[in-house]
Design a protein around this ligand. Structure first.
Ligand SMILES: [Fe+2]
Length: 356
């Protein structure tokens, strides 16, 4: 190579390097300071309940209502930059196979502190399906510590609320966390299911304020539903201690618990601390709880009349310790009629015998 070309190449390389440093600096410093919109909307038990303020998704008459839950997608801007297309393909395939009426996401959609590109990508994929979707926050969505990510909690709320098919609402500002909201599944005006979306946050427990707010909603819905609580489903990220109790009861052969499908437990069952959430939710008609967070665990165990589901992780291969051929990667499908709820796993790396 001629000396002149070498110099030219060095200059181009130096310019590109400076541009890359400038872009990364802008990414980490400038965007990191974008705090999003702080919306003060405190809730009080004395507030009047309004059914009209709750979003609804219509169930088609005579057909099951299908929810597809994606758990712990955990996209990271820097590590996953070249992996995003694979994830888009995987999620698209899961959606095409499950044909859901609603997509729920039980937290940790993004991971680590670099989440701008990954969250925007995920939202654009979800909007492209033209199916309503409802996410909750996990412990990594707005950083590895509270608001340590490029996108703060409020900035994440802004983005989630901007999705065309997103049902996400930041909810009241005084519950200790954001992203608490309710969605009704209705059929010809009648409530078939009430879906409670909660942020289980960093404090390792759902706050007393969140419990009071859930009860307030349930009481309002009961009044609007002819005096009966609608059957409720809760979606949040971290499992409550009853998951461990249910699994232990199953292991000990307790005849009062019932499993639905396979039980995979590879990770510790430690989760959030006890604060009475389970009893409070059960008392207001909650029949299903769906969590993520521990990627090596996946099961549904009916415990004290409530189906506790550890949702199947979406993306990346997590192998079940007892059989390395089982990759815990895919999504959980809930097929709901008024009479029953059918729960199946849809594995991403479909093999013979897997659900379609
Ligand atoms: Fe998590």
């Amino acid at each position: 190579m001629k000396k002149r070309n070498k110099i030219l190449l060095a200059v181009v390389g130096a310019v590109l390097a400076v541009a890359a440093v400038c872009l990364l600096t802008a990414y980490f410093l400038l965007l990191h300071h974008y705090r999003g919109n702080e919306v003060m909307a405190p809730w009080s038990e004395d507030d009047a309940f309004s059914l009209a303020e709750i979003a609804t998704v219509e169930k088609q008459k005579g057909k099951p209502f299908v929810i597809l839950n994606l758990a712990d997608v955990q996209l990271c801007d820097l590590e996953d930059f070249f992996y995003l297309d694979d994830m888009k393909r995987e999620i698209t395939d899961l959606v095409n196979r499950a044909k859901p009426d609603l997509i729920t996401l039980t937290g940790d959609q993004t991971w680590s502190n670099e989440n701008l590109i990954s969250l925007r990508s995920l939202l654009s994929w979800l909007d492209s399906f033209q199916i309503p979707y409802a996410p909750v926050f996990g412990n990594h969505d707005y950083g590895n510590q509270p608001d340590s990510a490029v996108l703060s909690r409020n900035a994440c709320c802004d983005l989630y609320e901007s999705g065309k098919y997103s049902l996400f609402r930041r909810g009241p500002s005084n519950l200790g966390s954001l992203g608490n909201y309710v969605v009704n599944v209705t059929e010809e005006g009648k409530i078939v299911k009430t879906l409670y979306f909660l942020d289980s946050g960093y404090e390792d427990q759902i706050s007393d304020e969140q419990i009071a707010w859930l009860q307030w909603n349930a009481e309002g819905l009961r009044a609007a539903n002819g005096g009966e609580y609608p059957a409720g489903m809760c979606f949040f990220h971290k499992p409550i201690p009853e998951y461990r109790a249910a699994y232990n009861a199953y292991r000990e052969g307790d005849p009062t618990v019932e499993t639905i499908g396979e039980v995979y437990v590879s990770d510790s069952l430690s989760g959030s601390r006890q604060n009475g959430f389970f009893a409070a939710a059960k008392a207001v008609g909650v029949t299903d709880i769906v969590c993520g967070h521990q990627h090596g665990n996946c099961f549904t165990i009916k415990y004290e009349g409530v189906r506790l589901t550890f949702a199947l992780k979406t993306g990346d291969r997590v192998y079940y310790y007892a059989d390395e051929n089982i990759s815990l990667d895919g999504a959980t499908r809930f097929s709901i009629t008024e009479e029953a709820t059918e729960i199946t796993l849809i594995f991403a790396n479909k093999k013979e015998g897997d659900p379609q």
